[in-house]
Design a protein around this ligand. Structure first.
Ligand SMILES: [Zn+2]
Length: 261
């Protein structure tokens, strides 16, 4: 399939960013079913990201976030793409009520391109606190990075993060003070946040977070929103150049060293 879009001849910045929070669709069988002005087809996302100087994407499928019935098959589908696309990395999705997702994760986390575990208590409709010990004793065993779309204020992770120092927690979609509290007050410094989605688009969100917690535990992601917009949000933020480089690339290289290096 040939892409009709026009690529800029040069990347906008000198560094190649890492999109650590994205998704793909695989349930859109033909172009006529795409939403006008939007695509989460992997072929499109690769081109869109490349135009914004983004080198790698860490994904799970949208379907695996939206529908608990298909998590197992969606994880398998996602995993099957890893050898096909150099730039593609996997978040393996676990639902604590589905045992097979744990066995899948145990196996998939051995793959160099499986970066960690994705939890979506919000869309999957469970209480993270209720299943915390089951989930994070498992994650702790693998010293896993866990990406969480929180179903309430992100600072609810603090007692859990303090109990499981071997786990790295990423609270997705920096969008308010509770995220900054979660990062700042974690005793073991094992809580991060990411800039994916549109919550970080408010005009001093990234800047206010930087003022309190610095840049070391803020990661860059798109969540499939325009990569040009998402990268621009960081490139033109009122923070030092070194902080931008950490957010766009260096923090991910450090945190996911075993996957990326
Ligand atoms: Zn997401």
């Amino acid at each position: 399939m040939k892409n009709p879009w026009i690529l800029p001849t040069e990347f906008p910045g000198e560094l190649i960013a890492i999109d650590m929070h994205s998704h793909i669709n695989h349930d859109v069988p033909d172009d006529s079913k795409k939403r006008f002005g939007y695509s989460a087809d992997i072929e499109d996302l690769i081109v869109i990201n490349r135009a914004a100087g983004i080198e790698k994407l860490f994904c799970c499928t949208f379907a695996s976030c939206l529908n608990t019935d298909v998590i197992v098959e969606e994880n398998a589908y996602m995993h099957s793409l890893l050898d096909q696309y150099d730039c593609l990395y996997q978040w393996v999705v676990i639902d604590p009520r589905i045992e097979e997702t744990f066995t899948q994760a145990e196996r998939m986390l051995q793959h160099k391109k499986c970066v960690g575990i994705k939890l979506h208590p919000d869309y999957h409709k469970y209480s993270l606190e209720e299943y915390a010990d089951k989930l994070f004793s498992f994650a702790s065993h693998f010293q896993a990075v866990v990406l969480i779309h929180p179903e309430k204020d992100a600072s609810y992770i603090l007692p859990i993060a303090d109990k499981y120092p071997e786990v790295t927690f990423i609270m997705a979609h920096l969008g308010g003070e509770a995220y900054v509290d979660a990062v700042e007050f974690a005793v073991h410094k094992n809580v991060y946040t990411d800039t994916s989605g549109i919550a970080s688009s408010t005009n001093l969100m990234v800047e206010s977070a930087y003022q309190r917690i610095g840049a070391d535990r803020i990661l860059f992601g798109t969540d499939t929103y325009s990569a040009a917009f998402q990268r621009g949000r960081i490139e033109f933020a009122l923070i030092p150049k070194e902080a931008k480089q950490k957010i766009l690339r260096d923090n991910a290289l450090r945190l996911f060293a075993k996957n990326l290096l």
